[in-house]
Design a protein around this ligand. Structure first.
Ligand SMILES: *Cc1c(COP(=O)(O)O)cnc(C)c1O
Length: 428
């Protein structure tokens, strides 16, 4: 069997039918914005490998931080032990995070950080004697990961609710905030969507531990951008019902939307925030759930006396070293200019797609560019074209989108936007 044949027969890929996995590119090297196929074909990674590789692949400062850590200590348990990589990363995070969020729980992946955030919310409520507050509210169109509890707050239609009918706990879904980012904010609560939230809080407030959502940008649920005023209002309304707010910033954190965190568009601080993806600059799986002193101390007063979670590989030193190096690059680099330039160029170069017959919408925010089609897009077309166009795109549902590394050059970005417009126009 060739390596590709072995892969097709034995290895599971994301959201794939093992009996019919479809074509694969065999990548054996990645550097900067480029992925190199084993046969030498090279493609710009317009996806930043699922939105993580913000500084490009194999960044020398990140890999050397990981290498020196590897020489010293790949891993030790975090129970009763601590280490410099965890402390250094913690310091960097506290410096960067919105004021008030300074208690950090390290975990292995984005989905786990969502599980952790939901457990924190429930334990916090229990500590305050609110023993019935263990349900969650969210908005439609969200995506929060593939593990069990995270899945229960993903969009009920595009998520896996249909498939796992009856097996998932029932949560409370509000309509997706219909006022888009950039549109005028109507004060009428029937028009701005807050009426539904007020009604839910009045009916179920006593049962809600938290409202969990992706602030401003919904990623895998449809690349949808909504008005931050919804979040500002929701903050005040949830406070009145002792409902915590969890921001899932796994996709939006660390500059992707043009602000360091999407929460900054709204100018509010959630009670709990989930971070992942770009945290290690795409070098190794890692995530964190961060909260305030008030929530953390509240949990400490619960019946258990401690927060009941502790992954085996918690605060893995290699991942912490990668995270520190990635955040140092952000802190010392020019990401704001880079992201603003990417945004400007995409606005200009994706605009022509708006006139194409199959296109429903074109939208850009920060280093996120989206061409939304009227019909769902077959990802295998983009897959087949990639070695030819030199651009790796992986559309989903009706969206042809890119989230390039911040270091992408204007010329490389031009190739990405051309490939997107060509794909939208069906020019094969
Ligand atoms: C990717 C993502 C997750 C899940 O993260 P994993 O690391 O894949 O488990 C959760 N929430 C959002 C918003 C994401 O984009």
């Amino acid at each position: 069997m060739t390596p590709l044949e072995f892969d097709a027969h034995h290895l599971w890929h994301p959201y794939t039918n093992v009996a019919d996995p479809g074509a694969m590119h065999l990548i054996d090297r990645a550097e900067g914005v480029y992925l190199y196929r084993e046969d030498g074909a090279k493609m710009i990674d317009a996806m930043s490998s699922w939105w993580c590789a913000i500084h490009g692949h194999k960044h020398p400062e990140i890999t050397s931080a990981m290498q020196s850590q590897l020489e010293k200590m790949p891993h030790v348990m975090f129970g009763g032990l601590t280490h410099h990589p965890a402390i250094d990363l913690g310091r960097r995070m506290v410096d960067m995070l919105p004021e008030g969020l300074d208690r950090i729980f390290y975990c292995d992946s984005g989905s786990v950080s969502v599980e952790v955030s939901m457990k924190m919310a429930v334990q916090y409520q229990m500590a305050h004697g609110r023993t019935r507050k263990f349900e969650f509210a969210t908005i439609r169109g969200g995506y929060h990961g593939d593990t069990w509890k995270a899945m229960s707050v993903c969009d009920p239609v595009t998520g896996m609710h249909g498939l796992f009918r009856g097996a998932l706990s029932i949560q409370h879904f509000l309509p997706r905030p219909q006022v888009r980012l950039g549109d005028d904010w109507p004060e009428d609560p029937a028009l701005n969507g807050l009426e539904a939230l007020e009604r839910l809080l009045a009916d179920k407030g006593n049962h809600l531990a938290a409202l969990i959502l992706e602030p401003v940008v919904q990623g895998a649920g449809g690349m949808y951008f909504y008005h931050p005023q919804w979040l500002r209002a929701a903050r005040a309304m949830c406070d009145a019902y002792d409902v915590l707010i969890i921001f899932d910033e796994i996709a939006t954190g660390f500059g992707r939307t043009g602000k360091l965190f999407a929460a900054d568009h709204a100018g509010i601080t959630p009670d709990i925030m989930c971070l992942g993806k770009a945290l290690t600059g795409g070098h190794i799986s890692f995530a964190a759930t961060v909260t305030s002193k008030q929530v953390a101390y509240g949990i400490g007063n619960s019946e258990a006396g401690v927060f009941m979670h502790g992954p085996t590989y918690m605060a893995n030193p290699l991942a912490c070293a990668a995270g520190s190096a990635s955040l140092r690059l952000l802190a010392e680099g020019d990401w704001q200019r880079q992201v603003a330039d990417i945004e400007d160029q995409m606005r200009t170069e994706l605009e022509p797609a708006r006139g194409l017959p199959g296109v429903a919408d074109v939208r850009v925010l920060g280093a996120i560019g989206v061409v939304e089609m009227k019909e769902s897009v077959d990802p295998s077309v983009a897959h087949r074209l990639a070695p030819e166009t030199g651009v790796w795109l992986r559309p989903f549902a009706r969206n042809i989108y890119c989230m390039p590394p911040y270091i992408v050059s204007p010329d490389e970005l031009g190739r990405i936007t051309s490939a997107m417009v060509a794909l939208a126009g069906g020019q094969q």
